[in-house]
Ligand binder design. Sequence first.
Ligand code: PLP
Length: 400
Amino acid sequence: MNTPAEPLTEQNLPSMPVRKEFLTFGAPLIGEEEIQEVVACLRSGWIGTGPRVTEFERQFREFRGTRHAVAVNSCTAGLHLSLLASGLNPGDEVITTPMTFCATVNAIIHAGLTPVLADVDPVTQNIDPHQVAKVITPRTRAIVMVHFAGRPCDMDALLGLARRHRLKIIEDCAHAAEASYGGRPVGSFGDFGCFSFYVTKNMTTGEGGMVVTNDDEAQVKVKMLALHGLTRDAWNRFGDDGYRHYEVIECGFKYNMTDIQAALGIHQLRRIEQNWLRREAIWNLYARELAELPVILPARPEPNTKHSFHLFTLQIDPRACGRTRDEFVRNMHRCNVGVGVHYVSIPDHPYYQRTFGWTPGDFPHAARIGNQTVSIPLSAKLSDQDVANVIEAVGYSLRC
Ligand SMILES: Cc1ncc(COP(=O)(O)O)c(C=O)c1O
């Protein structure tokens, strides 16, 4: 990926399917309703945390079936606050997956806790409960699981471990807004569920996140810590029912969501099922059309689960197709199709190697997936023509 791609043209390689315009990976589908709501918010004079955030939180807790939902400015912030509100002590061990975005692990570190990795299942790419069981020690206090690519984790096994060892459960649902397991929404199983509304996610507020919980006290704590540690509803001090003093009761953070973000979220959430259906159709089409290629496709969703269809990942094994993942990525770019890599495994990064002594060899499944994985576009915004272009580009990128 570091070497610049040779500019190929239709002339020197006639069969190359080059799109006229670059297809941006993960481009969001923004409707007229969102645009109008943002404009109305701007005109209202109240663009900070306010009534639209309250409405978005109401909708979201209904959506996930939890008692509470607290809007924040990112999933990273949500994970950080959830860990802080879990009542853990400095240095307590928290088990998580090596196949995730760095935010998951960084939140554990920022909360003053010690991350411990457990390798993933090579098929589901989710944290493997057998590996989790192996790394539980008397100091283990929590598991942060990631429903990777939108596929729910093995909740029965993980909840069983958590019960047996009295561990807190924090669900990183950044990929899994719509997912469910055994008919129950993900995010509602654990002590906390954290969602991301980053631009490429299944629903977006530009940047943003949500923490859901059924615990009344934890909800109050997350909300308070998300706004500097101020007393309840301090955000409303400039409202029309008179100025109210606040008190600082903890040293908190600046993690609150704004009404401009919530204006997007309210309408993104209203169309979430419609967008999921479109991604499901594209996911199934990819599964069918790419089935004969020498790449590993994602496993079918497990029975009795709802997959969020956030990512469609291919694994490019050079021994099977004669291309490295990075060569494939370069070829896709030549075809003007943007792709993503989710993710180079956590132990591959120098910071974690330096700080925790982790090496990729200790987590072989995550390491291999991290070297071979590539995500092709999967967004409700894709037209049928875009999808056809992606399929053609994948075929070409493996051949050329
Ligand atoms: C698995 C996972 N967790 C957490 C995050 C962090 O989300 P945010 O960007 O909303 O902080 C991401 C973002 O890409 C993610 O993929």
